[in-house]
Design a protein around this ligand. Sequence first.
Ligand SMILES: Cc1ncc(COP(=O)(O)O)c(C=O)c1O
Length: 478
Amino acid sequence: MPKLDENAAEFRAAGHRMIDWVADYLEGVARYDVLSRLAPGETAARFAERPSELGKSYDALLAEFESSILPGITHWNHPAFFAYFSITGSQAGILGELLSAALNVNGMLWKTSPSVTELERLVLEWLRAELGLPAGLFGIINDTASINTFLGLAAAREALGLGIRADGMSGRELPQLRIYASEHAHSSVDKAAYALGFGARGITKIASDPSARMDVEALGNAVARDLADGVRPCAVVATLGTTSTASVDPLPAIVKIARDAGMWVHVDSAYAGPATIAPEFRWLWNGIEGADSIVVNPHKWLFTPIDCSVLYTSRPDMLRETFSLVPEYLKTSDGAEVNYMDYGLQLGRRFRALKLWMVLEHYGMEHLREVIRGQIRMAARLADELTRRGDVELLAPQLFSVVVFRLLVRNADGSIDEEGSERATLAVLETINESGRAFVSHTRLRGRYGIRVALGNGATEWSHVEAILDFVEEASGA
Ligand SMILES: Cc1ncc(COP(=O)(O)O)c(C=O)c1O
């Protein structure tokens, strides 16, 4: 009978060459343009209409990867990738992915690979302690923060005690249910609300203060109005490290309002959470004892390759009540304390804890802390040097590793020319991104268009960040 893989020698030799390729790539990634320059459809047009009938050698595939796939890659591993949230496919993380792919285990049950469940529990307990989160939290790894927010809000919905799992949300009398989040909350909160049947009408966006933090008075008023109108508050999402500016919602006050109204508190700290491995940033968790669920993404700012997002909860019972469903063929009698399939939507689960374990153990916490501190110092220096220029305004305080700024153009009387400032800022952004030397994204705050620089790649040095200052300088001299 034909076997799929006949030739271990070919695999071994090609594997060595590919690891060499990866090592060269990581060492030389700064030589590439950060942003792919291809137009839509150009990558797909490089390929045949059908896959190979007789197969191709790994060497041929590596050559094709370089010639046809690499040009359409935007280099997220580039040290001057400052757009969205910058991430890192670290050496340790890549090797963890490799071993996980080799084992190809499915951790749906403890029994289907005890190490998958036990390493996940162990590593998440280590991480919880290193982040300074309260003891006793249950952790689970899923692919993304979006999915973890969905799971947290699904548990919040079940915790209302309205029997939604049993009886559904239609064909019976139910009050209008409501989720509250700041206007700066990530769009994944809206998506979760839509998918969970709250609908767009079931989510209230709360205004923020000038520092882009949720206005708790506005939250209190919205909840009071809803209660008076017979609406049932379900959950509030506090973002600790927002997408636009890394602003931090005032959690203690939010928790108080939530408790008084019987709401679940979901904390989205997907980006900023990892910074708290350094104790000086643990102020982020002020009020965290009141959270029911918390999202932290090692794939954002803990040097772990995408995807790896952690959901911590003080109420794993509610995740189980929402999702546990054990068909006969999956019943076990091994007495395992945790079968992760009971705590979420998916049955099959990748061995993601392996790469996180590799990252934590290979680099060591001291080095990880120092790299994060260095990135925050570089962001602070960038903010400082930008503010010292008379023609730049920071649109938000620099927090963690995010800097948001715009160029200022003035009218003859010294007042700010809003349209001119936007045009000048957009022009600098386009120049930066077209240069290939760096990639930044943008945001709009109180109507003002700003360039957003987010540091997070483990290879970033000051020279990469300094390029942003050069572009601003060039624009001001132009
Ligand atoms: C604050 C925040 N939450 C959630 C997300 C979504 O993350 P993911 O891509 O892991 O779903 C993002 C993405 O940038 C984010 O900034």
